[in-house]
Write a protein that binds this ligand. Structure first.
Ligand SMILES: [Zn+2]
Length: 60
């Protein structure tokens, strides 16, 4: 699933790996905002999604 950082608007693709042990951790965005936290038998991983060229973004 995809998630958007509420701090800077960056998009990430979230995926998880099932584990036997319960894991408690969190993932931070580059801006420092916590984009996902969990306390379950999964380990989550966030992969940045590159945005396509947007005509609205002139700051290249
Ligand atoms: Zn962010």
């Amino acid at each position: 699933m995809n998630i958007t950082c509420k701090g800077c608007g960056a998009e990430y693709k979230l995926s998880y790996t099932r584990t036997i042990m319960r894991d408690k951790d969190r993932i931070h965005c580059e801006c420092g905002h916590v984009i996902h936290s969990w306390n379950e038998s999964k380990i989550w991983d966030a992969e940045p999604i590159r945005k396509q060229d947007s005509p609205l973004d002139g700051n290249g």
